[in-house]
Design a protein around this ligand. Structure first.
Ligand code: MN
Length: 249
């Protein structure tokens, strides 16, 4: 099995090194990741300049672009063989609920999915890599299952692992995305040169976090596995917008 790995924290991040080590137990691994932290890059592609690919001492490739750039160029011409699986992560911090829209970790996996390759995004909910081994164990478990019995159809899984010791993990739960409150306010400050500057505030807390959601699973010590799709159509509003258009004349 050929496995392509990327992330949004950068090619040097502990999470991607842990994920690459696990993946190497299952097949031939190629790492193509951003040269610096691109968390929050979402699905952006770099279209206004060329991209350079360099090789780290580890043999991993790094790119002066986004997570989506990395997976896109890897699959569409950089690497010789089409991967059988794209993995992203292990992210330093949760990607649950609305985070999935902003996440570069999820975006890297999503790019694989959009290009027809099964893909899994991994995030460790607690920042700081303290329980990276727990997330690595979840990745190993999922990869073993995937090798033994691939999920039929197109696959994009978003996995979030709670920051607990491996023996404390209760197992895996299939979940749906919850929702967050609005992001906290922008943080205004003054730069050393006297200019007013703004930091985007942190993500809001969990709002829709009841049983069945990713937030609920992780809060209760389970690894959350959410199958994602990429169709933003508001199905429930097709009828009401149709009627609205008909009446608007
Ligand atoms: Mn990140």
């Amino acid at each position: 099995m050929r496995i392509l790995i990327s992330n949004d924290d950068g090619y040097f991040a502990p999470g991607i090194l842990a994920l690459a080590a696990v993946a190497a137990e299952f097949g031939e691994v190629t790492v193509v990741a951003p040269e610096r932290d691109r968390s929050g890059a979402s699905n952006s592609l770099t279209l206004d300049r060329p991209l350079a690919v360099r090789t780290a001492e580890s043999g991993h490739l790094y790119v002066n672009g986004t997570p989506t750039d990395c997976v896109h160029i890897a699959i569409t011409g950089l690497i010789a063989h089409r991967p059988d699986l794209v993995l992203s992560g292990i992210n330093d911090g949760a990607n649950m609920g609305d985070d999935t829209l902003y996440s570069g970790t999820v975006a890297a996996a999503m790019e694989g999915y959009l290009l027809g390759v099964p893909a899994i995004a991994f995030s460790l909910a607690q920042k700081g890599h303290v329980h990276l081994d727990t997330a690595a164990r979840v990745a190993r478990d999922l990869l073993a299952r995937f090798v033994r019995n691939p999920i039929p159809g197109r696959v994009l899984l978003n996995v979030n692992v709670p920051g607990v010791a491996a023996e404390q993990l209760r197992g895996m739960r299939v979940t749906r995305l919850g929702q967050r409150h609005f992001a906290e306010s922008v943080v205004k400050a003054t730069s050393p040169r006297g200019d007013t500057i703004y930091w985007i505030g942190p993500a809001g807390g969990a709002k829709e976090a009841g049983p069945g959601t990713d937030f609920h699973a992780v809060e209760n010590g389970w690894a959350s596995v959410t199958p994602l799709r990429v169709d933003l159509t508001g199905e429930q509003q097709i009828d009401s917008v149709t009627r609205w258009l008909a009446d608007a004349t």
